[in-house]
Design a protein around this ligand. Sequence first.
Ligand code: ADP
Ligand code: ADP
Length: 225
Amino acid sequence: PILVSLGRVGKVFANGVTALDGLDLDVREGDFLSLLGPSGCGKSTVLRLIAGLTEPTSGIVTWPGSSDADHRGEVGFVFQEPTLMPWANVADNVWLPLRLRGVSRREAKDRIAESLALVRLEDFAKAYPRELSGGMKMRVSIARALSVRPRLLLMDEPFAALDEITRFKLNDDLLEARRELNCTIVFVTHSVYESAYLSSRIAVLSPRPGRVVAEIAGASPWERS
Ligand code: ADP
Ligand code: ADP
């Protein structure tokens, strides 16, 4: 079943830049969908449209299987910058989205621990962001996004700033976490390697204006088995 559908979507910004024009894309339940394409082709804009953080200028974004008009609650977002609160420890950073939904620290305790275990950070709940490596901060950022158990996880070049070894470890741990939670992922990258390794499906975007020019099958190990 289709989770989110973008139909003939166009996006023109106030400065006159046409980021997207006539983009068609379906995100299916269970997909690990990579959006692959050069800088500026509109990949981040597609994620922001799916998240409801911005509206299309033309065309339509729909969630066919759901009648609820506001889907932001079902979406987790991970950015290239981990954007952690420096004054809060790891556990309290992971709590944040739950707290915004009115879940108390006590009620959130188990969920926080489970989320940290998903990214192999169970021993770092009391650490502060400044004590962590870049890879570990990204792990916290992923645990935070997963803490609400989103139906859809959107990731915008999450590993682009990391060294290759850290990146490869995170690729494997992300696949593992996804298998555990069974959540749908849309993953933005300009690494052909990463898209092939992680994805069940790859949508290739072309720039000026951005649209999907090819869809190909990925080679994720979980899809093969
Ligand atoms: P990508 O994620 O593929 O690098 P983006 O979606 O960030 O691409 O941007 C697509 C195009 O839209 C780029 O040309 C970018 O400069 C432009 N753009 C993105 N956001 C804005 C904005 N808020 N205002 C004006 N132009 C923007
Ligand atoms: P990652 O691959 O997640 O970036 P690193 O390669 O930076 O992790 O670190 C490898 C391991 O070293 C971590 O999983 C952790 O067990 C340990 N480590 C890293 N930074 C610290 C720290 N500040 N305090 C304690 N242990 C750490």
